[in-house]
Design a protein around this ligand. Structure first.
Ligand code: ATP
Length: 611
């Protein structure tokens, strides 16, 4: 998935690489709206042939004027009609060009809206099928962020540029048809003169594409530093620790490294663009001279000369516009390569799964479960064996990084064990139907989500079926000990939380935790409740009270509690002590104290602290 390291003096061998995603972009646009895409293609085609038509009419005007003048000399009668008719025709073509142009802009704008929505939906739907491990892969996460950022503009930009190239191609082909009459040699010369500039632009665009891909880790670091230096939630600490200059320095260093490489590419690109541009201009003016002399010797008419000159001018314009399109295409390609890599990230096959286990009431079993995080050699869990029956509670204690949260992540199927298996009611977690499994589990992680919604919805999020159930909110808030401060808020359960939206109210850490607990209590149907240190920011009184509720409320359920406070842990039916991913002690509070091991030591230490 990672782009290869850049070889020295890299060259993108495939000069047609700028078109690498054009087909996919067109397919995407086509799927968004076949009608609009057809319309766009048709108008592009018309825009392509109109210039040649106008040049041709220009010839007819001049020739009919010359004919009228000759006619006047011979007969002394004025003949306005053919010339004026052609003038009228040219006027009509100009009108058509302008209508066509408007139509193109309108179609593109409408398509941009639908396409943006479609791509964003694709990105978010895909995100729902990914595993947590995918999100933890920085490279991959970056793809997701970038894919989202420019979803509405890039695919269409690539299509528009591809179409502009086609339009210019059609124009040039129609010019060629007219020019052929003058001399096939002139045509061949002009094509040969323009080709080097085309290829150079395509090559350098390809190089820029590869360079930008290889540089994406550095650019990502720069983006991160920008976040640190310019976002409200980071700037506080950065300023207080006086880190600004250090971070600015890092930002500058990365820039300078990227700048050197980009500068070289820009200079090479412009140098060759200029040199090859001279070649095509020289050929162009050579042919120009040829046409002028052919007119002087009477080989072609004045009207034909006017037409050819116009064709030449417009031909140069079409070539220049094609070059601009090509040079802009690499950025669009970069976006699309990123988008497609993201969309094509393999996802686990969607298994049907079972809704019940063979031994209802057996509860949760961990059988010799070991686990290592992706790209980590050190196991986060080793040989964990556990059994929690309905009606029982399990407390997990252990120092930071001992594997407590990881164990919960495995239980909730966010990750799969590397070895061993986890059973619920006798059925391996992997064989459960996702919906059935998840409806049985209620978890509040340390880093629970602080939804920037109203208070009630923050609680209702615990049970999707009762998301808006106001009575349910109140009951859950009562259990989470959140009622008091909610009633002090301006609009009670309707108060907007967080700072993202107007009128939002920020809560203290402990108040947010109470909201999160209420959310867990909202999940009435779940019979496995997990609290991963959700009360750390609460005062000891509130925590004790909440756990009393928790015990009472979960009497017939399976409760798992992670906490560093032994005063609450002691209430659990079974306590396990973890160290370096292993269970080193297990038993009730009393048994563990009698064992006089790690638990007893830590308990006594903490108890002393409270004295
Ligand atoms: N997403 C991750 N990717 C890789 N390693 C991880 C990841 N999350 C945790 N780890 C590692 O796994 C080990 C166990 O972490 P875990 O979060 O389970 O600890 P914990 O016991 O819950 O700690 P704490 O008390 O600090 O919350 C740690 O060594 C940690 O560095």
């Amino acid at each position: 998935m990672k782009p290869a390291a850049p070889p020295k003096n890299t060259i993108d061998k495939n000069m047609l690489g700028v078109f690498r995603y054009s087909k996919r972009a067109i397919t995407l646009v086509w799927q968004t709206s076949p009608r609009l895409t057809l319309g766009l293609a048709l108008l592009t085609l018309i825009a392509g042939v109109l210039p040649a038509l106008m040049a041709y009419v220009g010839q007819l005007i001049v020739d009919s004027v010359v004919a009228a003048m000759e006619h006047y000399e011979q007969t002394q009668t004025l003949q306005y009609f053919p010339a004026l008719l052609f003038v009228l025709l040219e006027g009509a073509l100009v009108l058509l060009t302008s209508a066509n142009q408007r139509g193109l802009v309108a179609l593109q704008s409408v398509l941009r809206l639908s396409l943006g929505q479609r791509v964003n939906m694709m990105i978010m739907e895909k995100a729902q099928q990914l595993t947590l491990a995918d999100f933890e892969d920085s490279e991959f996460y970056d793809k997701l962020v970038r894919a989202r950022r420019e979803a509405s503009s890039r695919p269409l930009a690539l299509v528009t540029k591809t179409f502009t190239l086609l339009q210019n191609g059609v124009s040039l082909a129609s010019f060629a048809v007219l020019l052929w009459q003058f001399s096939p040699w002139a045509l061949t010369l002009l094509i040969l003169g323009a080709l080097p500039a085309f290829f150079a632009e395509a090559k350098f665009s390809g190089d820029a594409f590869m360079l930008a891909r290889w540089r994406s880790p550095e650019v990502r670091q720069q983006n991160y530093l920008e976040t640190l230096l310019a976002r409200e939630d980071h700037i506080k600490e950065v300023r207080l620790y006086q880190l600004s200059n250090r971070f600015l320095g890092r930002y500058r260093d990365i820039f300078e490294k990227l700048f050197r490489e980009n500068k070289q590419l820009i200079l090479r690109r412009e140098f060759w663009g200029f040199v090859l541009g001279i070649l095509s201009t020289a050929v162009f003016y050579g042919a120009y001279g040829w046409i002028v002399t052919s007119t002087v010797v009477g080989a072609i008419t004045l009207g034909q000369m006017t037409m050819y000159l116009l064709l030449f001018k417009q031909g140069q314009g079409a070539v220049a516009s094609s070059l601009t399109s090509i040079s802009g295409m690499y950025e669009d390609n970069l976006y699309l390569s990123n988008l497609y890599e993201y969309l094509e990230q393999p996802t686990a096959a969607n298994i049907e799964g079972l809704r019940n286990g063979p031994c209802p009431g057996d509860g949760i079993r961990f059988e010799n479960v070991s686990f290592s995080y992706p790209e980590s050699d050190i196991p986060a869990l080793t040989d964990i064996t556990l059994h929690i029956k309905p009606g029982n509670s399990l407390a997990i204690v252990g120092e930071n990084g001992s594997g407590k949260t990881t164990l919960i992540k495995l239980l909730t199927r966010l990750y799969q064990p590397s070895k061993g298996r986890i059973l619920l009611d006798g059925l391996d977690l992997t064989e459960w139907q996702e919906q059935a499994l998840l409806s049985r589990i209620g978890v509040i992680f340390q880093d629970f989500v602080r939804y920037q919604f109203i208070v009630g919805e923050n609680i209702g999020a615990g049970d999707n079926d009762r998301f808006d159930d106001q009575q349910g909110w109140a009951t859950a808030a009562e259990l989470g000990k959140a009622t008091d401060f909610i009633s002090d808020l301006n609009q009670g359960y309707q108060t907007q939380l967080g700072k993202w939206f107007r009128g939002g109210q920020e809560l203290s850490g402990g108040q947010w935790q109470k909201i999160a607990l209420a959310r867990a209590f909202m999940r009435e149907k779940a019979d496995i409740l997990v609290l991963d240190e959700p009360t750390a920011a609460m005062d000891a009184g509130a925590e004790a009270e909440i756990f009393a509720h928790f015990q009472e409320h979960t009497a017939s359920k399976m409760a798992i509690l992670i906490s560093h406070r032994f005063s609450t842990v002691r209430l659990a039916n079974e306590i396990i002590v973890m160290e370096h991913g292993k269970i080193i002690e297990r038993g009730t509070h009393r048994q563990l104290l009698e064992m006089d091991g790690r638990y007893a030591y830590l308990f006594t230490l903490q108890a002393k602290g409270y004295q």
